[in-house]
Design a protein around this ligand. Sequence first.
Ligand code: WT7
Length: 656
Amino acid sequence: MEKSTQTIAALLEEERTFSPPEAFAQQAHAKDTKIYEQAARNREAFWAAAANELDWFQRWDRVLEWNPPWAKWFVNGKLNASYNCIDRHLKTWRRNKAALIWEGEPGDERVLTYQDLHREVSKFANVLKKLGVKKGDRVAIYMPMIPELPIATLACARIGAVHSVVFGGFSAEALRDRINDAQAKVLITADGGWRRGQVVPLKKNADEALKNTPSIESVVVVRRVGEAASISLDSQGPRREFWWHDLMRNVSMDCPPEPMDSEDMLFILYTSGTTGKPKGVVHTTGGYLVGVALTHKWVFDIKDEDVFFCTADIGWVTGHSYMVYGPLANGTTTVMFEGVPDYPDKDRFWAIVEKYRATILYTAPTAIRTFMRWGEEYPKRHDLSSLRLLGSVGEPINPEAWIWYHRVIGSERCPIVDTWWQTETGHILITPLPGVSTLKPASANKPFPGIEAEVLDEAGRPVPPGSGAGYLVITKPWPGMLRTLYNDPERYKQAYWSKYPGIYLTGDGCKIDQDGDFWLLGRIDDVLNVSGHRISTMEVESALVDHQAVAEAAAIGKNHEVKGQAVSAFVTLRAGHKPSPELADELKKHVTKKIGAIARPDDIFFTAELPKTRSGKIMRRLLRDIAEGRALGDTTTLADPNVIAQLKSQYESSEG
Ligand code: WT7
């Protein structure tokens, strides 16, 4: 970590405040500030009450067992996530309620009621069993945003298999590494997916990955694009390949849900850390489901009439928690969209809101800033009057984007919930409650009831409200917290629990104002946030040095108007290689191939040397200063102070 707490930039003073509209406050689930104190007085009782809203096959003995950093929630409780998301609604009128409204990029549609979902999930769970998948086995999922994706995750949950969803935008190599780390037995994929009218060749990428994934015994392929990809399956190869629709043809729709221990693993989701190797974040069943269900209900004030449109991909945690598990646990209608916001035109999201009368929209600041740039004419083409609440997630939202979202999309009628959380936290931790909170644009408001967060200085002392910035930490365990990193408990301890023993380090900078409101300041470690996606500088650097022309590389995040941050890379070349625009392009392509397009650097800057400390550590902070045109910070620890002056003048002349 290079940035000290003192150097974290203070945020703009934002003075405007927005109280909850009275009509909204009156009908809200959470309408009294007393719930914060009540929850704080007895956190375990608070979370136990939330757990009581789920269906358990066997009640827990104890709410929490906490041996830092190891947590167990709802000890000895038995439940099944798929049962809670589907079966229990079949006993009510929700049986024929739309569970999933899906729209494909080409405009095709599918609506699955809870009853439909029950049938499809049960059948596919039986398919998995036939393929030899047993409780505890890992199943890798590499799919476009089609209904078979949530069906596959819920089918895993039904039989107690652990799903590991790999975002469809990741490369073959990224997929291969994640399959191997989890030792997945089955891969579920599709012949392709649609993106701006083009086919994303998922099966082709998967084939590339499968050359080196000995744990995979069978592959299931959904036919999504058909002729456009013309995939034929290899039934003679080293592993069995099947079409999803063939396997589903003659299979029973009766599959009793496996009673799972509260602490049995539900899924693994890989995310970037501060090294080149992604972390396999482990979530378990009971605590996770309690956490996502309650936060979804209160933060989004969910009612039976709601149509909940979360725009995230299920390849990220937002899709897991707030497109699948949270909404379905609450019996909500959840909208799923395969495509991108600007295809066929820049009004696609608004067309979807209008068509399905979405009442709640949950999206990311980078998307909002993009919409701002495109202009108001696109949302104005549509009737957005069904919306009653807006949400934001993934990165700090700047006041300007907040105000635009509030005015143009919400017609100054809809509260905005700016929700802070992480892959590791499982569910929202810092957020407004829309019927209670006075909103300040760009503040994520307060810790959710039952959550204890603080801002600490380097020495672990709380930074007093209204003073400076520091490290955001969570001081008490919470139900949806990650339990470990898959196959790497040491890294779990080291990454999250070693700076302040017994206290969870988020990796974010933060300050708390006089009113107790939290202002998130972005990552303070070597993790970038590009369009709300986490990328580690180390991953990009390993991808670059993997290229034969590259000797050394340093990747940094550079402020970017739309993406929040963009990747810039400084590269030194091996003898015999010369800098050229062609080589820069080739290196960008190489990063896309190794990781995926989300990690592709915007700029590659060639240099003869990189600034390093005497112990050999690259000083990325100085590179950021150069790239963003700031005065240079402290350079006293540099091994060779001349390097940086040269680099600066070189960079500036290349920019100009
Ligand atoms: C990081 C977690 C949580 C789902 C999406 C990202 C940043 C997330 C906010 C917010 C400021 C935010 C943090 C965090 N972040 N939400 N509302 N305000 N920053 O999940 O990939 O695990 O990334 O995203 O830096 O640490 P993730």
